[in-house]
Unconditional design. Structure first.
Length: 180
């Protein structure tokens, strides 16, 4: 199954380079939600995340000829998304990142106290992640929220694996201190 996924990703990259509309539609269908969630995880609001996700796909389309290896499509797209996000933060330095989307409290009055404690802990964790510096937040989001391997996430962040691991370790240490 993994082999079929890699082959289809290679094929998709080839078709994208060929300029096919069906390839572009498939590309957006497969990756839109992931890139949107990446933007939300980094701390952008819903509207900004939608805008930046669209900008990511536009940039990917304009620069598809720069994709050398179809196997790197996933990391290449996340690299573009990270660059689009970083550019947005530079242009909007005065805007504070929003907290990662809050978990809505159930309206059901029969909520158990364990569930309330779990929701509160989750909210504290989300706020702590949102408060991390951009590079550390990106590291946590790519690895834990986007479920990328260290190698994939490091490639997407355009850093060496050792650097990525170091950032991840720093982020986790900061989160441990903030949550305790």
């Amino acid at each position: 199954m993994e082999k079929n996924f890699k082959e289809s990703r290679d094929s998709l990259a080839d078709r994208l380079r060929g300029g096919g509309q069906s390839a572009a539609e498939q590309f957006v269908d497969e990756y839109y939600e992931r890139i949107y969630l990446f933007m939300r995880g980094i701390g952008h609001s819903r509207q900004v995340s939608e805008d930046l996700t669209q900008e990511t796909f536009l940039q990917a389309w304009y620069h598809i000829s720069q994709l050398r290896d179809g196997k790197a499509l996933n990391a290449w797209l996340y690299r573009i998304a990270g660059n689009v996000s970083r550019l947005y933060w530079r242009k909007n330095k005065s805007k504070v990142p929003v907290s990662i989307e809050e978990v809505a409290m159930p309206e059901n009055s029969e909520v158990k106290s364990d569930e309330i404690v779990h929701i509160e802990e989750l909210n504290r964790l989300k706020d702590a992640v949102a408060g991390l510096p951009w590079k550390l937040r990106q590291t946590v989001v790519l690895h834990y929220m986007q479920h990328m391997t260290i190698a994939e996430a490091a490639e997407a962040a355009e850093v060496r694996q050792g650097t990525f691991k170091s950032r991840l370790n720093r982020a986790l240490n900061i989160l441990r201190k903030r949550i305790v």
